[in-house]
Ligand binder design. Structure first.
Ligand code: GLU
Length: 273
């Protein structure tokens, strides 16, 4: 039997903070307990925000914490060809459409329709403006998933959450973006492709991504990818960090290090002592 495969997959669009450290340490612990492998994936599809400095700093902070990941580290910015291929597959299934709505358009719609349905994060669902318009795809547009047609193909879905079967409700998200304007992919698309590419069997990540797993299950099913097991953990609240931090809200690992914290202190603080 192959050992289970865990991964920590930060998006280094700033410095890593205690929440990242918790997630990475929990991955490390669960991988060790399961006799599994531990991978690091840098989710840097947003090249503007995930600067080389932030990426270097993230890798350095994790090394400082004493977590060892297998090499090589996978960078999503080098995986665009794989994402494009999946987009073509979804296009051939007629499940994507071009959306030219701007943030401003969507905000105006939300203002004028205060009772319009909202997603699990409280954001207004996409009203479907571009659904029936054949726009040309360009760097200025996004691609959205025809969610109800996608669900009609997949049928009801579940995911394995710490051994329990959870019913997925992707319809709550509406026509999600699959390729972002100017980026050419999205978190949702890239994460499912790379979890499969890296043979990940166990996804351990923050509870803020729990509901989004429904979208991941739809994409995995449409693209014929295996479903990993999921473990969504509680998020670290600010107060924990403030005990060690120099000033309120000052909780990046770099700040804590600069304030004299040791890696062992961070591990102990987060319950991994
Ligand atoms: N890159 C995502 C983030 O930092 C997490 C991805 C995942 O674990 O699925 O929020």
């Amino acid at each position: 039997m192959q050992p289970p495969v865990f991964r920590f997959a930060p998006s280094p669009n700033g410095r890593l903070h205690l929440g990242h450290a918790y997630s990475a340490l929990l991955n490390e612990r669960l991988a060790r307990e399961a006799g599994g492998r531990l991978l690091l994936r840098i989710e840097d599809i947003d090249r503007e925000r995930c600067t080389p400095e932030n990426i270097r700093a993230a890798i350095d902070d994790l090394a400082w914490l004493g977590i060892s990941f297998e090499t090589p580290v996978l960078h999503q910015s080098r995986r665009m060809a794989a994402y494009r291929e999946a987009i073509v597959t979804l296009m051939e299934m007629n499940l994507l459409y071009v959306c030219t709505c701007t943030r401003k358009d969507l905000a105006a719609f939300a203002d004028s329709h205060p009772d319009a349905p909202r997603d699990p994060e409280g954001q207004p669902l996409y009203p479907g403006t571009c659904r029936r318009v054949a726009h040309m795809f360009s760097a200025d547009s996004a691609l959205r998933l025809r969610m109800s047609e996608a669900i009609a193909r997949t049928g009801p879905l579940t995911w394995n959450e710490k051994g329990e079967s959870i019913s997925a409700h992707p319809e709550r998200w509406g026509d999600v973006i699959i390729a972002r304007k100017g980026i050419g992919t999205s978190y949702h698309l890239s994460v499912v492709i790379d979890d499969a590419f890296q043979d990940v069997t166990d996804v351990v990540r923050g509870d803020d991504l729990r509901e989004q797993t429904a979208i991941h299950r739809v994409l995995q099913t449409l693209l014929g990818l295996p479903a990993p097991r999921y473990h969504h953990h509680d998020l670290i609240r600010h107060d924990t960090g403030r005990k060690l931090a120099k000033s309120k809200g000052d909780e990046s690992l770099a700040d804590l290090r600069a304030a004299g914290a040791t890696a062992q202190e961070i591990r102990t603080l987060l319950g991994f002592g």
